[in-house]
Design a binder for this molecule. Structure first.
Ligand code: ADP
Ligand code: MG
Length: 692
């Protein structure tokens, strides 16, 4: 192998490493567990733990941790040293199967949405055998799920794994029913593109808002923004290049196939995309990527911003989730092949996907939502909050032909209840599949879900995608099971596809998703347009959503309620921090600068040039407006916080407090655009975005 890749995977306790280090029966037992064909017994676990510890210590690790994904959207770890006293006054390295498999972090302060009363705050972590252990900063990280004493999921990984099981069972059955008995199980393939901003650390350190909230709460556009599009795919500046080199090398060591890197649309914005992998691992790796991006930045005197909207006026950051379903023998079920019309399996899976998306649009919207992403979705830079699918004219034509081939519907176009998809006037006549304004786009052999926020854990989105797909496939299984012969089953599958095309084509849209017309058209079609994250959270109470999740065994009702409460609570906490930070910065940084500058002009006296007199008046007004803005925001905030019901409180924050923040911001931004650098000391956009 070429030198840069020599160390690829050196920090991962990979399958290859296990094969080399484990006695053959142990290795085989582990493989069986991996394929869900057996359970790990104590001696096997001990043997694996022993090999893992030796490997880790050879690579300099001194500690181990159960690495998990609590419900606050991040990752968590509590480090334990391998070292223990041997009873004779000497240190000994110990790591048993029990320590590998189960942990009990004292993690009582993670959100549990009431699943754990504090007197019974116990939560346990359990090894996720399907995701490899790795070393980060001399710590052996063991991916785990985190569950309560009663077995309820307290994390994002456990439901994902359950949804993948639910999907695998049904997708496999459909493959088998359609005549392919070679398929034994299915998984999803996920490729996550990660966008981020890089700015100089010294500016980051000077801005409380960036440090506490991840975004600038005010700041006016630099004289130059992204209008020249000269940053996009442009040459990568030297310091950033060095940073990316180190990021890539770190990621390669961790077994992540970091592949594409390029400048994004906004100045100082970049993207990193690894090669796709199995869903569970792709999500874990994305969390590792975010971590490495942040930590490496510090080493280079940079700050990596993963927030969805660090700067107003230029594009924010997202995370595209490329999604496909693959069989254990390597077939991609969304691969149309050469003759998609005759590829009944492709058609069935694609139609099931269409049905799934059109049945649970708000849930899907929620899975991509957060307080941060509220600034992007529907703001003409990211997909709108309306869920639709872009198939591209090629596949749309295929579906249309499939639909029309039905005898009874020869004159389908005349029927009033059917809008043939090809008649939608917005269809662009090319085949490039590059409609960037669609939230869900078919891109050749996968669906790209483009709504996710850059800072989000991708687990929940993939849990939702896989669950709604499993739900749709369950119906397919039920229908196809009625067939007596291969021929009959095929006919039933075609019948299913026609029905879906007829009943769900409203969700297909190929036009400009950013346009005003689409908002109206979507309303006419009856597609929901939920404005905010906080409003979307209520979909977890919807009886059909509850039924879908519980019948698949992905979430219990109790878990859904807890998740909803945590999301509501989180929204409130995030906004709490934002408002307090904004008030503090206004009081301590902005108003004092304004006042000093005002005094400066005031001192010039009556004979000052008219420009100075005018400037004095402008500043006078801005000080009054800003002070009033502070007051209004404080009042609205107090009122909204006092609302007992979490949801109502969040709702009021979104509709009352957020506009008050925007209003206050507008005065500060007006000031900033005329402020003298002598008086205004906070780093401005032009410095943060263009200083390299
Ligand atoms: P673009 O910016 O055009 O969307 P990128 O190359 O940046 O394309 O990202 C595409 C992502 O999709 C990569 O992570 C890639 O590995 C992933 N991908 C490719 N094929 C599949 C597939 N079959 N299933 C899931 N992800 C895939
Ligand atoms: Mg993309």
């Amino acid at each position: 192998m070429e030198r840069p890749f020599e160390e690829f995977g050196s920090k991962v306790f990979s399958e290859k490493e296990m094969l080399e280090r484990l006695p053959s029966p142990v290795y085989k037992a582990w493989k069986k567990t991996l394929a869900s064909e057996g359970q790990l017994d104590r001696p096997t676990a001990d043997a694996i733990a022993h090999a893992m510890k030796r490997w880790a210590m050879e690579h300099g690790a001194t500690h181990f941790t159960h690495w998990f994904q609590p419900l606050n959207g991040t990752t968590a770890e509590k480090h334990d040293a391998f070292v223990e006293p041997d009873g004779e006054g000497e240190p000994i390295a110990r790591f048993s199967g029990k320590m590998l498999i189960k942990g009990e972090p004292d993690a009582s302060s993670f959100p549990s949405g009431g699943l754990r009363a504090t007197f019974e705050a116990r939560g346990y972590t359990y090894w996720d055998v399907t995701s490899p252990a790795f070393i980060k900063d001399d710590v052996l990280c063991i991916p785990t799920v985190f569950v309560s004493y009663n077995g309820e999921a307290l994390d994002r990984k456990e439901p994902l794994l359950k949804s993948l099981d639910a999907l695998s069972i049904r997708a496999t059955k459909v493959c088998n029913l359609l005549g392919d008995d070679s398929v034994k199980s299915c998984d999803i393939s996920v490729g996550l593109e990660q966008e981020y901003f890089l700015i100089d650390k010294k500016y980051y350190d000077q801005r409380l808002d960036l440090k506490l909230t991840g975004r600038t709460l005010f700041g006016t556009s630099a004289p130059k923004g992204q209008e020249l599009s000269d940053h996009y795919f442009g040459a990568i500046p030297g310091r950033v290049k060095a940073y990316m080199k180190e990021v890539n090398e770190e990621l390669w060591k961790l077994g992540v196939y970091a592949k594409t890197e390029h400048n994004e649309v906004a100045p100082a914005q970049f993207e990193l995309a690894p090669v796709f992998s199995g869903g569970n691992i792709a999500v874990d790796q994305n969390l590792i990527i975010m971590d490495i991006l942040k930590r490496t930045a510090e080493k280079h005197g940079l700050a990596c911003l993963l927030h969805e909207k660090p700067f107003d006026g230029i594009n924010g950051s997202g995370k595209h989730n490329n999604y496909s379903i693959v069989t254990d023998n390597g077939q991609n079920l969304f691969d149309p092949g050469k003759k998609p019309e005759e590829n009944i399996r492709f058609l069935t899976f694609t139609c099931a996907f269409i049905k799934a998306v059109d049945t649970y649009p708000v849930l899907l919207r929620l899975s991509a939502s957060s307080a941060g992403n509220d600034h992007r979705l529907g703001a003409n830079e990211a997909p709108p909050a309306i869920i639709s699918i872009y198939l591209g004219s090629y596949i749309e034509d295929v579906l249309y032909r499939v639909y029309k081939s039905q005898e009874c519907c020869k004159d389908a176009e005349k029927k009033s209840d059917f809008t043939p998809v090809t008649n939608i006037s917005y269809i662009p006549h090319d085949n490039t599949d590059r409609n960037r304004t669609s939230p869900v786009a078919f891109t050749g052999n996968k669906f790209e879900f483009r709504m996710l926020g850059s800072s989000m854990n991708a687990s929940f989105a993939n849990t939702v995608l896989s669950s709604i797909m499993a739900d749709a496939l369950q119906e397919v299984v039920d229908i196809l099971s009625e067939g007596k012969s291969e021929e009959e089953i095929r006919d039933l599958a075609y019948g299913y596809c026609r029905k879906v095309i007829k009943e769900h084509n409203r969700v297909l849209f190929s036009g400009d998703g950013y346009s005003e017309e689409w908002v109206k058209e979507a309303e006419r079609r009856g597609l929901p347009n939920v404005k905010s994250f906080i409003e979307a959270t209520q979909i977890l109470k919807d009886p059909s959503v509850e039924k879908m999740f519980t019948s698949l065994g992905v979430f219990t009702k109790v878990e859904l309620d807890a998740n909803r409460r945590i999301m509501e609570e989180r929204y409130r906490s995030i906004m709490d921090i934002e408002v307090r930070t904004m008030l503090e910065m206004t009081e301590k940084d902005v108003l004092p600068s304004m006042e000093e500058e005002y005094m400066f002009y005031d001192r010039a006296g009556k004979d000052a040039p008219s420009f100075m007199k005018k400037r004095k008046e402008t500043l006078y007004d801005l000080i009054e407006d800003t002070a009033e803005g502070v007051e209004t925001l404080s009042e609205k905030w107090k009122k909204a916080s006092a609302v007992d019901d979490q949801y109502r409180s969040g709702y009021e924050i979104y509709y009352e407090v957020v506009p008050a923040m925007e209003k206050l911001r507008s005065f500060i931004d007006q000031y900033e655009s005329i402020a003298s650098r002598k008086f205004y000391t906070l780093p401005m956009y032009e410095q943060m975005l263009f200083d390299r």
